[in-house]
Design a protein around this ligand. Structure first.
Ligand code: 5GP
Ligand code: ZN
Length: 114
């Protein structure tokens, strides 16, 4: 499958991996938009929340609790933001579901109406 995140998961494309287990991977975003900008991805390939199987739904809960458990280790003890872009208007460019993890600094709240 021609999916960049599946290739990262398989190790066919190099990445800076910070955590990995049988369900998920956390790696550094190649083009960071915050001092810390990581991506948490399920190993299961799907692009949109509405495509999740019941196992995928359970895995998302698992991924969120794993992020919380790892927050100090990841340098996120002062707070962090999680973002899931869904669709091109939202800025999604990779159609393998992923959770942006941003932190390491004070994060403003953008006014998207401007
Ligand atoms: P999206 O725009 O789909 O929500 O987020 C995709 C993210 O993946 C972007 O922040 C982009 O910088 C990151 N990205 C795209 N290609 C690669 C890659 O090959 N390696 C890594 N580490 N990140 C990537
Ligand atoms: Zn994929």
């Amino acid at each position: 499958m021609d999916c960049i995140f599946c290739k990262i998961i398989k190790g066919e494309i190099p990445s800076q991996k910070l955590y990995e287990d049988d369900k998920m991977l956390i790696f550094k975003d190649i083009s960071p938009k915050a001092k810390i900008h990581l991506l948490a991805v399920p190993k299961s390939h799907y692009g949109f929340l509405e495509q999740m199987s019941s196992q995928d739904q359970a895995d998302i809960g698992y991924i969120l609790s794993k992020i919380a458990a790892l927050k100090d280790e990841l340098g996120l003890n002062d707070g962090y933001r999680l973002t899931i872009n869904q669709g091109e208007s939202a800025g999604q460019t990779v159609f393998h579901l992923h959770i942006h993890i941003m932190g390491g600094q004070s994060l403003g709240w953008p006014d998207f109406t401007q």
